[in-house]
Design a protein around this ligand. Structure first.
Ligand code: NAD
Length: 499
């Protein structure tokens, strides 16, 4: 019997009045393990009102005391790391060690949020005029919302709410309906750490819930992470309603392998970056650009046995290097892309379509797959596949490789593997990409820097977490004050000039 999930509003589990429900499945077996309620617009509105009720009192808590809640939350997430990783893996299908890593990367943002008092302390200028001082401070926006994807059920929500809440906002989170349980548990832990009820609310649902968040005038800002088409929609609808929006979308991350690269290192990097988490990462490398045919041949020769030998199993198999895909529908979509690549004329070097481990025949498994001689006109090159499928593209020289990176519609991450400092520096400078790795395949910035792509991988002006996160979730206020107040200067009808 599948567990029935709930919402978390105003510090309480709320069963809701859902007429529509979704199935949450175990990707390894295909079995329905939980049912998730899809909130209607009025239920979302109740969560927004709870947040609006809690926010002024929360903003009145001093930044240092809000930080202390984050310190306790950090300790609780560490204490419950195993449980949280299990919640992630069970619904997503990724291996437990991978899930633990993702919770740890989310925890980094909580650690960053522990320093919020430092981030909010502002700037002060004495004597901007005679007897006049000026200071600038950042104040919370009020109620803000987050909408998150299935692939990082702990980390991506933790990119958002710890910073927003530490800054004095109240938050309404709408997690993915495919992987909703972790967010509910995080909300409980945050309250156990001392956050006031209503400061973090979780409403489950689908587009109906998202549209309700986008329409409500109380919601001041929306953070979104998901596919590009929905990111663009959320950005347009949210900004049309006067909200601040940061909407992070899909990706097609390239790794350029130069002729002087250490091919052993590049092969290891490609294996982890393309096939870790079954390729369901927005920073996964899905395109290897080999500079020169000799590099292409050597790379494919090294990669082929490794891709064929990938150990694939359910999340709790300690030997598994990757798990199944999240849903049957997504698995079929990825298989469809492999069919398409064959039709388009790419060379299918490793075909994972037939893979199905014994005892898990109803799971969403697919083997690692690799295409060689993929060209930029092919849909398997242009579109995000979001599965364990690596495309090798061959470029004649560095400029052609850089051109591929820059001409692609996505601009999340890109890496270059080389021993040549000139090439690396040129790539870092000229690539039209938000996050660059030099001999680092998945350059996800640490929490005190900010995460975000360029081009159609991000709509909006702010990247996530780090200093950009603080800017996104706060408004700047500048105060100009005269002390002593008693100096009379008479009415001044010209533009005030400091003197
Ligand atoms: P998705 O776009 O299907 O869903 C994301 C969220 O939007 C979910 O909460 C979902 O309920 C909601 N949603 C779905 N359709 C909607 C609609 N029509 N209107 C309003 N809301 C809607 O994405 P997903 O499949 O859950 O996640 C995978 C995608 O996320 C991939 O494209 C991946 O690249 C991207 N992603 C990007 C980043 C990044 O940082 N750029 C990080 C992780 C994932």
């Amino acid at each position: 019997m599948a567990d029935m999930l709930h919402h978390h509003v105003d510090g309480r589990k709320v069963a809701g009045r859902a007429e529509r429900w979704g199935d949450v499945t175990d990707p390894a077996t295909g079995e329905t393990i939980r049912r998730v309620p899809f909130a209607a617009a009025d239920e979302v509105s109740e969560a927004i009102r709870a947040a609006a009720g809690a926010q002024p009192g929360w903003a009145a808590v001093t930044p240092q005391n809000r930080a202390r809640v984050m310190f306790r939350f950090k300790a609780l997430v560490e204490e419950h790391m195993g449980e949280l990783a299990e919640l992630v893996s069970r619904e997503h299908g990724k291996t437990l060690s991978d899930a633990r890593g993702s919770v740890a990367r989310g925890l980094e943002v909580v650690e960053f949020a522990c320093g919020v008092a430092q981030m909010l302390k502002g700037e002060f200028s004495e004597n901007v005029g005679t007897g006049v001082d000026s200071y600038a401070s950042r104040q919370p926006l009020g109620v803000v919302a987050g909408v998150t994807p299935f692939n990082f059920p702990a980390m991506v929500p933790m990119w958002m709410f710890p910073v927003a809440i530490a800054c004095g906002n109240a938050f309404v989170l709408k997690p993915s309906e495919k992987t909703p349980s972790c967010a509910l548990r995080l909300a409980q832990l945050l309250e156990e750490a001392g956050a006031h009820p209503g400061v973090l609310n979780v409403v489950n649902g689908d587009k109906v819930a998202v549209d309700a968040l986008l329409a409500d005038p109380v919601v001041q800002a929306v953070s979104f992470v998901g596919s590009t088409s929905v990111a663009e929609y959320v950005y347009r609808a949210g900004t049309a309603n006067g909200k601040r929006v940061q909407a992070l979308g899909g990706a097609k991350n390239h790794m350029v392998v130069m002729p002087d690269a250490d091919l052993g290192q590049a092969t290891d990097a490609l294996m982890g970056a393309a096939f870790g988490s079954a390729g369901e990462r927005c920073m996964a490398v899905s395109v290897a650009v080999a500079v020169g045919n000799a590099v292409g041949d050597a790379l494919v020769e090294r990669l082929k046995p490794r891709v064929e030998g990938l150990r694939i199993g359910p999340y709790n198999d300690p030997d598994a290097e990757m798990g199944p895909l999240v849903t049957r529908e997504h698995r079929d979509r990825v298989k469809g892309y492999i069919d398409l690549g064959v039709e388009e004329g790419a060379d299918l070097v490793v075909d994972g379509r037939g893979f199905s481990p014994q005892g898990y025949e109803n799971g969403n498994f697919i083997g690692g797959s690799m295409f060689d001689r993929v060209t930029p006109d092919m849909r398997i090159y242009r579109e995000e596949i979001f599965g364990p499928v690596l495309s090798v593209v061959r470029a004649n020289d560095y400029e052609e490789a850089l051109g591929l990176v820059n001409d692609h519609e996505y601009g999340n991450g890109a890496a270059i593997f080389t021993r040549d400092g000139d090439a690396a520096r040129d790539f870092s400078t000229r690539a039209k990409i938000g996050m660059i790795g030099v001999n680092v395949p998945i350059p996800v910035p640490v929490a005190y820097h900010s995460f975000g792509g360029w081009k159609r991988s991000l709509f909006g002006d702010h990247h996530m977490h780090g200093p950009e996160g603080v800017r996104f979730y706060t408004r700047l206020k500048t105060v100009t004050e005269r002390w002593p107040s008693g100096i009379r200067q008479g009415a001044d009808y010209v533009m005030p000039v400091p003197h």
